[in-house]
Design a protein around this ligand. Structure first.
Ligand code: SF4
Length: 321
């Protein structure tokens, strides 16, 4: 099956020094050689500490920022270097759900108009058909029809996120990039929004790239999980395998730091030393070696490649060779 979306060796390096006389501008390697594919009806979660590059991957995918290197394919078609005009038909197929639903909704527009906007901009259906489609979308996300006349400030956080999802669905996308879509919501509301997203995925065959730092949320919604550290994927695995037996020491440390809902369960504790190193000048060899409790000589010299390992997963660690 052709993946809905596929990225190969994607890189985004931001120059730091814009001085005309600087011979070699320092680079922030926000994303440094990331590859993955997402199938229809699948959720790939990107996890990692803040600053690991996971949100930048989402922006690259949507072509909101230009990649430094690598390729982005949508339904097998290379869209990496398409002009704004040539990207237009593809934009409909890729939509975004944002972290802060309030900030992402125009406060001066009524809810019905907010959901109708993408249809006005990207489709040529009649006003009557638009009205019908908007009513359908409100129903799909569990909002009452009379909510169309209300303004964003009149909705609760969860309802606003439902509105954001309705707007994202308006053009029948194939893939939705959701960047921390429930992290601004109360815990009690988070599950409702996640369940809605899962129901919509099943009904519409949507592919999700789900960016999150919250492992409980990832465990709820993900099919596969890619763990990022300093711009690279260090482990990519099916959710069950990753949560049962994380292989990369960084994944193990993230799991150890996450709260466990069952008081009878224990986990091996791996406490990370120090902060995430700067992406301007990442450590040589394995970028995690400055914090890894298992680091040995080879780790300081040789960068581990992301290689196939047990259970169909991929791991970048010399211990998993
Ligand atoms: Fe730790 Fe070495 Fe594996 Fe990196 S390659 S995660 S430093 S053991």
């Amino acid at each position: 099956m052709t993946p809905v979306v596929e990225v190969a060796n994607l890189k985004k390096h931001f120059p730091l020094n814009s001085s005309l006389f600087a011979r070699h501008a320092a680079m922030v390697k926000a994303v440094d050689g990331v590859s993955f594919a997402i199938s229809p009806g699948e959720t790939l979660c990107l996890v990692g500490e803040s600053g690991c590059g996971k949100s930048t991957v989402g922006k690259l995918l949507l072509r909101l920022i230009e990649p430094t290197e690598g390729a982005i394919r949508l339904h097998g078609e290379d869209i990496t270097h398409l002009s704004v005009g040539d990207m237009r038909p593809h934009r409909k197929r890729m939509q975004m759900v944002f972290q802060d639903p309030y900030a992402s909704l125009n406060p001066r527009l009524a809810a019905g108009r907010i959901v109708s906007e993408p249809l006005e901009n990207y489709s040529d259906i009649s006003p009557k058909e638009r009205e019908t489609r908007v009513a359908e979308l409100f129903e799909k996300v569990g909002l009452r029809a009379d909510a169309m006349k209300r303004y964003p400030f009149e909705f609760s956080g969860g309802q606003r996120q439902r509105l954001g999802i309705a707007r994202a669905l308006a053009l029948n996308p194939a893939v939705i990039i959701a960047d921390e879509p429930v992290s601004a919501l109360d815990v009690s509301v988070q599950a409702q929004v996640l369940n809605l997203m899962m129901d919509l995925q099943e009904e519409l065959g949507l592919a999700y790239l789900f960016v999150s730092h919250d492992l409980a949320v990832v465990e709820h919604i993900g099919h596969r999980v890619a763990v990022m550290y300093l711009g690279k994927i260090v482990e990519l695995a099916a959710k069950e395998a990753l949560f049962e037996t994380p292989l990369h020491p960084y994944t193990q440390a993230l799991m150890a730091a996450a709260p466990i809902p069952d008081p009878h369960m224990t986990r091996q504790r791996i406490v990370l030393q120090g902060d995430v190193p700067s992406p301007i000048n990442p450590p040589p060899g394995c970028a995690f070696h400055t914090r890894c409790p298992f680091a040995f000589e080879r780790c300081r010299i040789e960068t581990p490649a992301l290689k196939p390992a047990a259970d169909g997963r991929h791991v970048a660690c010399h211990l998993v060779d």
